[in-house]
Design a protein around this ligand. Structure first.
Ligand code: RM4
Ligand code: MN
Ligand code: MN
Length: 425
């Protein structure tokens, strides 16, 4: 199924008048504050967030999986789903593939499908946390960090193959997330594990094309419960620094222990020019993969405030933006639409922060004023502005509502059946 601009126009038509009224009202008050509304609209439109190929099916938990209907059974169908999301919100123009879950059989055909729905290929993700059928060595006790050379070599080889796949698709980054670690004290030597990881990453780095980035993700625990080799941003940063200028740290919002100050991590990484990418999701306890902005919207806003300031005040290259979530209860596409909307809202609120005023409040040690400046931006209902930016790009005024009104899931169930199961988690 493909969404045409006529579908969107028909959906938008009855809403245009009210949208304009709300937008005009907000635009006037923002202009009074000295903000440039056309430039805000442009920035909101420019922010594109990649969709991971594994987020389009129902993930489940280790206790069970309750598949929904019409899930994409093939890579082509996954890309078509991303195309639907993008047609609705004009904000998700790329897909991020997980290898080997989504190895294209026919590269030209896959590229043509992607092109026909306006989708490009974002970072490619390697997977050395699962064994594949017929694999000569097992990752049970680690991959890049494993004490056994043959296992490390296999894991390095896999990453090099992922780069080759990405090259054929036009990707420009490799994301490495390692499950490596230990579940019991004494199981591994910390020092050896870290050194093995560095040596293995260095081999992969050698195979990285000149115009590519390597994004090194960190995570404190799970699937290992005593130690993880790349447990935190500091370890990732250390590795990225040792690897060289093409290596960066990737921040996944769900990969922190409760109450970690993620915005401060973002600020430090940007200052050092080493923030390479972002995986958006939300969490209450751990790597919960909940909808972006559903649990801690103020934290998300504070993170975006650091990002927006970092764009102008640091040399950090533009990070790769991606959602990383897996859905257990909701229709995955509805969840993704909500997540992208939440990202755009936090970004927009961050654009409203008066950085000059904030700086002078900081210089005067006026703590209350500093807090007011941030909260004033956060408490602004920016939906009319975000929706206007999307509308002007040809998207739906309310993408989630349009998804429902257009009966997209029903249509997909008709086309694909109610018992399909997506590859992935
Ligand atoms: C991990 C991590 C990776 C993702 C896998 C599926 O927890 O977030 O980015 O590729 O899950
Ligand atoms: Mn992630
Ligand atoms: Mn994760």
């Amino acid at each position: 199924m493909k969404i045409s601009s006529d579908h969107i126009q028909d959906y938008n038509a009855p809403l245009e008048k009210e949208q304009k009224r709300q937008f005009d009202f907000l635009a006037e008050s923002l202009e009074k504050k000295g903000l440039n509304v056309p430039s805000l609209l442009q920035k909101i439109q420019d922010l594109q967030i990649a969709i991971p190929s594994w987020a389009l099916g129902t993930g489940g938990t280790r206790f069970g999986r309750f598949s929904g209907g019409g899930e994409p059974a093939t890579l082509t169908q996954k890309i078509q789903d991303v195309g639907i999301i993008h047609a609705l919100n004009k904000s998700s123009n790329a897909v991020s593939l997980h290898i080997p879950w989504d190895i294209p059989e026919d590269y030209e055909a896959i590229k043509a499908v992607a092109q026909s729905v306006g989708i490009g290929f974002d970072a490619v993700n390697s997977n050395t946390f699962q064994d594949q059928t017929g694999q000569s060595q097992s990752y049970k006790f680690g991959s890049l960090a494993n004490d056994t050379l043959a296992v490390r070599e296999l894991a390095v080889q896999h990453n090099l193959e992922v780069i080759e796949i990405g090259k054929k698709l036009g990707s420009k980054a490799l994301t490495v997330w390692l499950a490596d670690g230990s579940s019991f004290p004494g199981q591994n030597s910390f020092r050896k594990s870290l050194d093995n990881t560095f040596q293995s990453l260095r081999e992969i780095y050698k195979g990285l094309p000149e115009d590519w980035k390597m994004l090194v993700e960190y995570k404190p625990y799970e699937p290992n419960f005593y130690s993880t080799v790349i447990q935190d941003w500091g370890t990732s940063f250390l590795l990225a620094n040792k690897l060289g200028p093409k290596a960066f740290t990737l921040v996944d919002l769900g990969h922190h222990l409760p109450n970690t100050n993620i915005e401060q991590i973002v600020s430090t990484l940007m200052t050092e020019g080493k923030l390479g990418g972002f995986h958006f999701n939300d969490s209450k306890y751990g790597d919960d993969d909940l909808t972006v902005g559903s649990i801690k919207p103020y934290q998300l806003f504070l993170i975006f405030t650091e990002l927006v300031a970092g764009f102008t005040e640091t040399q950090n290259p533009n990070p790769a933006w991606m959602i990383d979530a897996s859905h257990n209860l909701k229709d995955p596409m509805e969840d993704l639409l909500q997540s992208v909307q939440a990202i755009k809202m936090s970004f927009t609120q961050a654009l409203l922060v008066d950085n000059e005023q904030l700086k002078s409040a900081q210089e005067n040690h006026d703590v209350a004023a500093a807090q007011e400046i941030l909260q004033d931006a956060f408490r602004t209902d920016v939906r009319p502005l975000v929706n206007e930016a999307i509308r002007q790009s040809g998207g739906a005024i309310n993408a989630l509502e349009a998804y429902r009104k257009l009966g997209i899931r029903e249509q997909l169930i008709k086309e694909r059946g109610s018992k399909t199961k997506a590859t992935g988690l």
